[in-house]
Design a protein around this ligand. Structure first.
Ligand code: AMP
Length: 553
């Protein structure tokens, strides 16, 4: 299929705000796709090449500006000037492509295969010189594109499609195109987690939600359960409390000798974790099974779990694997079983799944059962919780023992209980203009803590605001602006905000050396209440970081 066919679809979708009409348009389009094109066409119709939202293409605005300049022959300044008038790099690309100074010598037809495969290759480009290689790759793709095609390639790269296609719409369109029941379509989506695959199944009429060993499945998710563990265990008739390990979710498929490891985002991470494959071969006694657990970075000499950031290095690492296996060893804590000897276990309650898991595992130091206590007793639960925290873990997960394994959705059968972090008062030192609905506001704020008479960045916050608060902050920050660079502004450090967050992480990205995980606005401080001189200090952040989860230095 030509990419221009997809561009036709994008234009139609962009032209109507009506959901029903969008569904019709999408359904018609899906219906016309050949079997070979369907997967990529559905995924691209959502404005992405990674349907599970698991990969970032690693392309920033600055890189796209370079691409536009390279392909069109206009200077970077010209690109920036046009961008200032359009506020959208997609439109900027389209405009400059219409009057491009350079034309390609040979012309290749841009197909959806080409766009999909090229963009999918972007995250693979890592290491030295990768930015340049990414710029080259997108430039080559755009060189052969029409101005309109270029607009959408840019938008896909930056995840800014603005065509209003959400998952629910795609679900309805697949149901309509292939004459299937919406609920069934959603049911299969919950299992496989990718509407591209769902559409293929729907077209073939294979609508049975069946687990296939070796193919990734969506995992069951946990809801927020506050910080009261006693209340949480009382919620369920039969409750179990387990340690909440802070690592990465890993789902292990064992089919005889064949072992595969998948992430929560359904990525195949077998290559990155040859150690987990080895541990599974030793510990899992079943011939065929799918088990679910959390892998943590582990210090075997001191017998303790290490911070998550270490582990994330392993997930991202695609080369020098053997070296990282040694540098960052892992331990796997299993807590569920989804499939056993040809049968799905999903519809069985945890009262049956947990003993089944226990039965097929020969625990080793590297692959063991999660710490698990079945209790309704408040005192016991509290003790368990305290021990988990003392042990340096994030908190606990309280589970309904009578619930089945529900993939993909938060249904309240598992709840996480974690200590609430003390809010911080931080100063805004910069901000960025928003996109789409938020384009009229400065909607992403740079936060900083106090260090002597300096302010050091500790991260970016883009959530928790009401529209009124955005309006108020934009007004204040505009009057404090000292420098503007594209969409970013630097401001005098005067506005103090109270921030909630999930965790403090060590980070080399920000000058304070720390970053906040999921920061959100709690309130804007009135200047009479708290000024920049009263903001929280770097020492406070350091202290909280160390205190959090009993983690030593
Ligand atoms: P969150 O990512 O904050 O929503 O917390 C839920 C995640 O905690 C799950 O997706 C798992 O990756 C992880 N987790 C750690 N320990 C457990 C456990 N014992 N049971 C279930 N999930 C766990």
């Amino acid at each position: 299929m030509k990419f221009s066919d997809l561009v036709g679809l994008y234009k139609k979708l962009e032209a109507t705000p009506k959901k029903l009409e969008k569904t019709e348009i999408l359904a018609e389009f899906y219906k016309k796709c050949s079997e070979d094109d369907l997967y990529k066409a559905v995924v691209l119709s959502m404005g992405t090449v990674f349907p599970r939202g698991d990969e970032d293409l690693g392309i920033a605005d600055g890189m796209i500006k370079k691409v536009i300049s390279k392909v069109t022959g206009y200077s970077n300044d010209k690109v920036i000037n046009i961008f200032k008038t359009t506020g959208d790099l997609g439109l900027t690309a389209e405009k400059l492509m219409q009057h491009r100074k350079q034309k390609p010598l040979t012309k290749r037809v841009v197909t959806i295969d080409l766009v999909f495969d090229d963009l999918r290759g972007l995250p693979e480009l890592t290491g030295a010189g990768s930015q340049e290689r990414k710029i080259d790759l997108v430039s080559e793709l755009m060189t052969n594109s029409s101005p309109e095609e270029a607009k959408y390639i840019v938008r896909i790269c930056l995840s800014q499609m603005r065509i209003g296609v959400a998952a629910g719409l795609v679900r309805d369109a697949i149901a309509k195109a292939f004459d299937q029941d919406k609920k069934e379509v959603e049911h299969i989506y919950n299992l496989v987690g990718d509407y591209g695959s769902v559409a293929e199944k729907a077209k073939k009429g294979h609508m049975k939600a069946e687990i296939e060993i070796g193919k990734p499945i969506n995992v069951m998710l946990a809801d927020r359960g506050g910080s009261d563990v006693v209340a949480a265990v009382k919620e369920f008739e039969k409750a179990a409390i387990e340690t909440k390990y802070d690592g990465f979710r890993c789902i292990i498929h064992k089919d005889g000798e064949k072992i595969k490891v998948f992430s929560r985002r359904l990525e195949d991470v077998t290559k990155q974790f040859p150690d987990i494959v080895k541990y599974a071969a030793e510990a899992l006694k079943a011939k065929q099974c799918i088990v679910d657990g959390e892998a943590v970075a582990y210090d075997y000499e001191r017998n303790r779990t290490l911070a998550f950031q270490k582990l994330s290095r392993r997930i991202q690492r695609k080369y020098d694997i053997e070296k990282t296996v040694k540098e960052i060893p892992v331990q796997v804590n299993l807590f569920d079983i989804i499939y056993l000897e040809g049968e799905s276990m999903m519809d069985l309650p945890l009262t049956e799944r947990w003993p089944a898991l226990k039965k097929i595992i020969k625990e080793t130091k590297s692959m063991k059962l999660a710490t698990h206590l079945e209790t309704k007793d408040g005192k016991e639960a509290e003790k368990f919780y305290e021990n988990a925290l003392k042990d340096g873990q994030e908190g606990v997960i309280v589970k309904n023992m009578e619930a089945k394994y529900q993939p993909g959705r938060r249904v309240g059968y598992w709840v996480k209980v974690k200590p609430i972090m003390e809010p911080l008062d931080l100063v805004i030192t910069g901000a960025e203009w928003g996109e789409g609905k938020r384009a009229k506001w400065l909607s992403s704020m740079i936060l900083a803590c106090k260090a002597g008479n300096k302010f050091l960045e500790t991260g970016k916050m883009a959530s928790g605001f009401t529209e009124d608060q955005l309006e108020e902050l934009t007004k204040k920050l505009k009057s404090l602006t000292i420098e503007t660079k594209g969409k970013e502004v630097k401001v005098k450090p005067e506005v103090v905000v109270e921030i909630g967050y999930e965790e403090i992480q060590a980070s080399s990205k920000y000058e304070s050396g720390y970053a906040l995980r999921f920061p959100r606005l709690l309130r804007i401080r009135d200047a009479s209440e708290k000024g920049p001189a009263d903001a929280d200090t770097l020492q406070t952040i350091e202290k909280l970081y160390k205190l959090q989860r009993g983690r030593k230095k």
